[in-house]
Design a binder for this molecule. Structure first.
Ligand code: AGP
Length: 609
């Protein structure tokens, strides 16, 4: 969603702000702006569209204090007047905000009655007017911000500067991410550490209900009630190189290619002397009777694979919920339930809210909440008592790829570990599963090396396609959903994933020679059934693209094209079937000349409901 960046120190602020905004581009935005202080005056520059529109107007100035913002429109169209920062009528306060101020209409009416003139359609504009009124009443900047945020309802992260406080940035956080970066005689803030990683690896994350005051002399933290808070910073371990493209045309392509290494890294980190090591969550295994998984989008698909594994290997009844549905219609409380939140950003508002709801229903002891993420430094990392760090590192492309496969690895390890420790599988079987799992990175490398040209070629044939159906069964049904999601989000082609056996109950009516069907058909329990379902689609003249082993090519007149993958045990097949589908979506979108890494209307980190 929106991105925030801020700087106070001895260097020239504007360059640092612009670089920070560039680092936040991956989160998705439609306009951008900056505000800075110079000779006791606030200056604001805003532009609709991409960052180069803002860059083109940048003046030469050496201000040492400033804030910047990339906006993803919620209230008001993506026009310059709605872009942040917003200022009060005297231009004494400038504010950037990420989130939604739910009571902004009432505040706007109240402020208008007091003479404030609004120039945008945003919810954010109430904040500078409120802060300004408190400043006029004689409160210092920090106190004026504290009084202002106590009037706000909703989820927000705010950074503000004031003409009367020329060396300060004041921050506030309530249910939206905001971190402070610590330098020497200089301090930064951002909605994501990625914006600041080239300047510092030492970070302090604000908690909900906290304010921070940044000056060149240091950082002070306070609660919304005004009490001082002391907290040690954390050190980030990933390198600034993680946010570079590394020679690839797009981040998404780079991240697809990183998957073999990410899987190796995930396995190495969680296998110690041949034993699965997932940390403190292991203490719950013996007691767990049910598992609930909450997630959104691609992470929800990883959850569906997880359900299959937890039920089929560990025999634990598992439900997967869309976090956005769970939070308003949670299932009845079930004792001895482990709730797993899966999220690559660690900041998805719905997932965090669902987990918080579960925590609030825990009457005694530590809530049984397990997070699966590649961002242990995120809000999720601080919310849950049990965490599996997938070790995938930061992902920049909006379409999740390497974080998905890393989440799936986490589910394999969890299911195998629970199954083993609860006596569902013996040591020999566990070792066999693990040995096969460790071969997966090599299989992925084989696909990348040998199948990419054929996939690129196939992508050319999708130039005039408007609808695509993805079919899969069993453990590959979630992969059909994921393949379809990848295609629609970056190529804007309508795509649907279906369980292959469900086709004949309705969706088959969509098929004709203009609707290609991508059919995942891997050897295993449902292979023959899937082939029969694919025959039904073929009989409606649909073009069939197979994803499976070379054996698919031996079936007469069924697959026009087969994206060939190595034969692996059925339970491991999602790793090898999802990779060609990621590549196919990528090449279709790239050949259409689309903005693969920042597709329209989407954001990498969905921090609002
Ligand atoms: C994935 O390609 C999508 N961009 C999106 O569905 C994403 O998976 C979803 O928003 C959940 O994000 P999270 O993993 O950060 O919670």
């Amino acid at each position: 969603m929106c991105g925030i960046v801020g700087y106070v120190g001895l260097q020239s602020a504007l360059g640092i702000l612009m670089e920070g905004l560039r680092r936040l581009e991956y989160r998705g935005y439609d306009s951008a702006g900056i505000a800075w202080l110079d000779n006791g005056e606030i200056h604001v520059l805003r532009a609709a569209g991409k960052l180069h529109n803002l860059q083109a107007q940048l003046p030469a100035t050496h201000s040492h204090v400033g804030i910047g913002h990339t906006r993803w429109a919620t209230h008001g169209k993506p026009e310059e007047r709605n872009a942040h920062p917003h200022v009060d009528n005297q231009r004494r306060v400038a504010v950037v905000q990420n989130g939604i101020i739910e009571n902004y209409r009432a505040l706007r009416d109240e402020l208008t009655a007091q003479g404030c003139v609004f120039t945008s359609d945003t919810d954010t504009e109430v904040i500078p007017h409120l802060v300004s009124l408190y400043l006029q009443q004689g409160h210092p900047f920090l106190e004026a911000m504290r009084l202002a945020v106590s009037r706000l309802e909703g989820a927000f992260a705010i950074a503000a500067i004031a003409a009367d406080a020329p060396d300060e940035i004041v921050l506030a956080r309530q249910q939206a991410p905001l971190v402070v970066g610590l330098g020497q005689g200089e301090f930064f803030c951002a909605s994501d550490t990625a914006a600041l990683i080239s300047h510092t690896q030492a970070f302090l994350a604000l908690e909900n209900g906290e304010l921070a005051r940044l000056t060149p002399l240091g950082v002070e933290l306070y609660t919304f009630a005004g009490q001082r808070v002391q907290r040690y910073p954390q050190r980030l371990t990933w390198s600034p190189l993680a946010v570079e493209k590394g020679g690839f045309k797009h981040y998404m392509l780079k991240e697809i290619h990183e998957q073999p290494a990410v899987l190796r890294q995930g396995l190495e980190s969680h296998l110690i002397e041949g034993q699965i090591a997932l940390g403190p969550v292991q203490e719950l295994y013996a007691q767990v009777e049910h598992i609930h998984i909450v997630a959104c989008g691609t992470s929800w698909h990883a959850g569906l694979v997880g359900k299959y594994l937890l039920e089929q290997i560990a025999q634990i009844p598992t439900h997967v919920y869309y976090a956005s549905e769970f939070r308003y219609a949670p299932p009845p409380y079930l004792p001895r339930t482990l709730t797993i939140g899966v999220t690559q950003s660690g900041e998805t508002a719905d997932t965090l809210a669902a987990l918080s709801l579960v925590a609030s229903r825990t009457l005694t002891g530590t809530p049984w909440l397990l997070g699966i993420t590649n961002r242990p430094d995120s809000t999720l990392g601080r919310l849950v008592p049990y965490l599996i760090d997938t070790r995938a590192g930061i992902e920049i492309g909006v379409a999740a790829t390497k974080t998905f496969t890393a989440q799936v690895v986490a589910f394999y390890l969890l299911a195998l570990d629970m199954a083993h420790q609860r006596g569902m599988i013996d040591q020999e079987k566990l070792e066999l599963y693990l040995a096969n799992l460790q071969k997966i990175p090599n299989h992925l490398e084989w696909i990348l090396e040998t199948q990419t040209p054929a996939i690129e070629q196939l992508a050319h044939q999708f130039q005039d396609v408007h609808h695509v159906i993805y079919l899969g069964r069993g453990i590959n049904f979630p992969i059909a959903l994921e393949g379809a999601l990848k295609l629609k989000e970056i190529s804007y082609i309508h795509a649907e994933g279906y369980p292959a056996g469900e086709m004949k109950h309705g969706p088959i009516a969509l098929l004709d020679k203009n609707v290609p069907v991508v059919a995942i058909a891997m050897p295993g329990t449902v292979y023959e059934k899937t082939i029969s379902n694919v025959q039904e689609a073929r009989a409606r003249e649909a073009q069939i693209i197979g994803v499976g082993t070379a054996a698919n090519l031996e079936i007469p007149d069924l697959f026009q094209v087969n994206l060939t993958v190595p034969e692996v045990p059925e339970l491991l097949s999602p790793f090898v079937t999802v990779l060609p589908l990621q590549l196919l979506a990528y090449y279709i979108a790239a050949q259409r000349g689309l903005d693969v890494d920042q597709p329209r209307n989407l954001a990498k980190s969905v921090t609002v409901e």
